[in-house]
Design a protein around this ligand. Sequence first.
Ligand SMILES: NC(=O)c1ccc[n+]([C@@H]2O[C@H](COP(=O)([O-])OP(=O)(O)OC[C@H]3O[C@@H](n4cnc5c(N)ncnc54)[C@H](O)[C@@H]3O)[C@@H](O)[C@H]2O)c1
Length: 447
Amino acid sequence: MKLTVVGSGYVGLVTAACFSFAGHDVLCVEKDKKKISSIKKGNLPFYEPNLENLVKEGIKNGRLIFSTDLSLINEFSESVFICVGTPSNPDGSANINYVKKSLKQILLIDNSKLEDIVIKSTVPPGTADRLSSEICEKRNIDLVSCPEFLREGSAVQDFLKPQRIILGLHNQRKRDKFRSIFSPFNRKQDRILFMDPVSAELTKYASNAMLATKISFINELSRYSDLKGANIEKVRMGMGLDSRIGLEYLYPGCGFGGSCFPKDIDALISSAKEANLNLDLIKAVKKINQSQPDYLIDKLSDHYDNQLNGKTISLWGLSFKPNTDDMRSAPALKVISKLLDLGCFLQIYDPKAMENFKNSPLHTPNTLLCNSASETLEGSDGLVICTEWREFFQIDLNVFQRMKSKVVIDGRNIYPLETMKENDIIYYSIGRPFTNIKQGNIELKAS
Ligand SMILES: NC(=O)c1ccc[n+]([C@@H]2O[C@H](COP(=O)([O-])OP(=O)(O)OC[C@H]3O[C@@H](n4cnc5c(N)ncnc54)[C@H](O)[C@@H]3O)[C@@H](O)[C@H]2O)c1
């Protein structure tokens, strides 16, 4: 089929590349000229495993076209997918202006073939129906909701093998058409769920809120575990192996970040408030998450009796999770900001996100970007780990010899406690007890 994707960010570029890989002819329209010209040369605006190959292949075989010119959609209008950003407004509500604007731009084009427009961006429940009556009224066009569930870091795989494809539409006659568009991704088992648009939109927010709740739940319990000397990793397994609970998203850590969870939770709280409903549980999830990076720093601060001023601290991991260079709302940013406020000098390493960090206001003369994880440790008073990149799991622990003091604050529970003890490392993690031999005394520390 001949399809258009509007927006070439994480969702748009993956959607366009995967549709073309599946055999559709795709026009991807992006307003940012620089982005388009660099994508055309094969340079993607962000790092995402396996995406570059798909884009290059699509361009080479002529199935994937990039342009800033929306008028080309006349040739690609069997369906148009809007994948533009929906950032937070200052009050936390979702800013849907980019969606509205692209919708208006699409409708300005004189195209009688255009029958439906699909909103893939995450928008508050009720948006598609509202925009349909506000903007599409005069044209006989269906506004369909098809929220996206891909995860950065495994976006291509998630798109090609989705766990579910949610389609919110009123016009039941369109079902076969959408089945056909998504059929390459729906072969093994039927994973398409049709519903009304408002339910589809709420499904997206409900899913993200549930996953965020699991993370804040285990993070809150890890604080209690610290106080009681329990090991949260054992508790996690003990709980998660119950199939009613599950192990996914039950990892204790320094909190969730990224472009979706924090923003979508804010938007959900705000949208419910507009309907005069207080989402107390979701508010608590947000509150716990906001304080989790502080919990990490408190461990370092306590170790040094609140004397962090002038200390050199190593920091591993900038991106909000591994396999992406996306630092939007990453816990590392909060950790860095706090450590700088406390007067620390930071030696930082991330396998992919260093270029993005160079544009951050936090990149000051007190933040040194290093060429490797090992290099950050030179003469350091402590290491804080914020992202669980694979290479940190595999590191030769002899590198810790480069530190002035072998103090590690692990915000992702990467290392076995026994290994750290054997290597004489003073090790604090999240919700795990650590017996530390210090000054000749054996003291039990809640790590
Ligand atoms: N990033 C994710 O992991 C993810 C996952 C699921 C859902 N979502 C949702 O998908 C939407 C897009 O997210 P993203 O991360 O891809 O955003 P993004 O900011 O990376 O990309 C959006 C792109 O749209 C372009 N754009 C904006 N207005 C345009 C217009 N009128 N015409 C053409 N291009 C236009 C922007 O220049 C930008 O390149 C958001 O609503 C987000 O919540 C994101």
